[in-house]
Design a protein around this ligand. Structure first.
Ligand code: CA
Length: 376
């Protein structure tokens, strides 16, 4: 069995209402899905994280090295692609293109063997994941504080046990928004904040000290991902766990974060940092430092399902009789591409996700919607 083709699908959907965070505003959702087909007609789907047009160009370039290879040999394929990109792009978008192909190959391998991806990774170590809701972005509202509080209460009423909100427009607003949301949701819901590296070290220390008594489960991307050692300084000055890593790539990049004691929680994006093949290695590396890992995930149910299968297989370090509950990023922002093009084989109900055993990633693609939203 051989890989016959690697196709890209760039999809776009304009949003009725734009939303923003500390770096820029979103007025459309745009993603790149990847379809790998074998000579006997079997198909796997992948997705990359990053600018869809650039990602798609990268996948088109890499196709020539994958065609003719056996899809069961995912590590051999990964290494071929890694070697072909190393000289030009040790970090960044070309690695997201590699990741998209890698994720598609895992899906394909699972379908060929009739096994779920979590089993190919080594087997599930739990049956349930407790996803956290990612939302609470900024938008034009007459009363943004009230709108954020209402959104947070909606997630709580849906059963989510934890929520993540954006900060990073101004420290004064952050303190007010986070305080009001915490007051509204009560003490039994975990609350995380994400600055998308909007602050410098002094600002990040000031903010974390100001909200320390609000029981923040983690402060994500407080400062620029370039400053490995400044993260360690921040960690030493606050009791709030520091999370990050969605802008990092490959095991060597994550090793920089680990050896600099930068983070309490590593957040590799499976669809950017090197695919499931490399994410498994990053997870192993994290256990050697005793650092927790909760992948970043943003996109359609292809990317989200890759995270589900990956988290199913993660080791809990340290182990104990009553194991910790594993969480997962569940993006709740408006995304028609996610909801109409990709159909997952799980649902999130009462804050729980039962890990599915369908072969591959278990995502069905609605071909009609795929063509409707396809721009390239
Ligand atoms: Ca983030």
């Amino acid at each position: 069995m051989k890989i016959k083709s690697v196709e890209t699908f760039v999809l776009s959907d304009k949003l009725e209402k734009s939303f923003y965070f500390s770096q820029w505003s979103y007025s459309e959702r745009k993603i790149c899905l990847v379809k790998v087909t074998t000579d006997d007609g079997q198909v796997g789907w992948g997705e990359g994280y990053g600018p869809a047009d650039v990602l798609s160009a990268g996948v088109d370039f890499l196709e020539q090295f994958v065609v003719g290879m056996n899809p069961l040999n995912n590590e051999a394929i990964w290494y071929t692609l890694y070697r072909r990109t190393l000289d030009y792009a040790r970090r960044g978008i070309l690695m997201a293109s590699v990741s998209a192909i890698d994720v598609a190959i895992w899906d394909l391998k699972g379908k060929i063997l009739g096994l779920p991806v979590h089993q190919l990774l080594g087997g599930k170590q739990r049956d349930i994941i407790y996803p956290y809701a990612t939302g609470l972005y900024f938008r034009e509202e007459r009363d943004l504080t009230q709108a954020l509080v209402e959104e947070a209460l909606e997630y709580k009423s849906l059963g989510y046990k934890s929520l993540k909100m954006k900060v990073g427009m101004s420290i004064e607003d952050d303190i007010r928004f986070v305080g009001e949301v915490r007051k509204a949701i009560g003490d039994d819901i975990k609350l995380m904040i994400d600055a998308n590296h909007a602050y410098n070290l002094k600002e990040a220390i000031y903010l974390s000290n100001a909200i320390e008594d609000l029981d923040i489960a983690w402060f994500e991307e407080p400062i620029s991902p370039e400053f490995y050692d400044q993260h360690a300084e921040l960690r030493a000055s606050t009791s709030i766990p520091i999370a990050g890593g969605e802008c990092e790539y490959l095991r060597w990049g994550f090793h920089n974060l680990l050896k600099n004691n930068s983070l309490d929680i590593l957040q590799p994006d499976i669809c950017a940092s090197g695919g499931l093949t490399e994410a498994k290695r990053i997870a192993t590396l994290a256990t050697t430092y005793g650092v927790e890992l909760v992948p970043h995930s943003w996109g359609t149910y292809v990317a989200i399902s890759a995270a589900v299968h990956f988290i199913a297989n993660l080791e809990a370090i340290p182990g104990r009789l009553v194991m910790p509950e594993f969480t997962m990023e569940h993006d709740r922002t408006v995304n028609g591409l996610r909801d109409l093009v990709t159909l997952p084989s799980f649902e999130v109900k009462d804050g729980k996700l039962i890990i599915p055993d369908t072969p591959g990633l278990g995502v069905e693609i609605n071909e009609e919607a795929l063509e409707k939203y396809r721009v390239k």
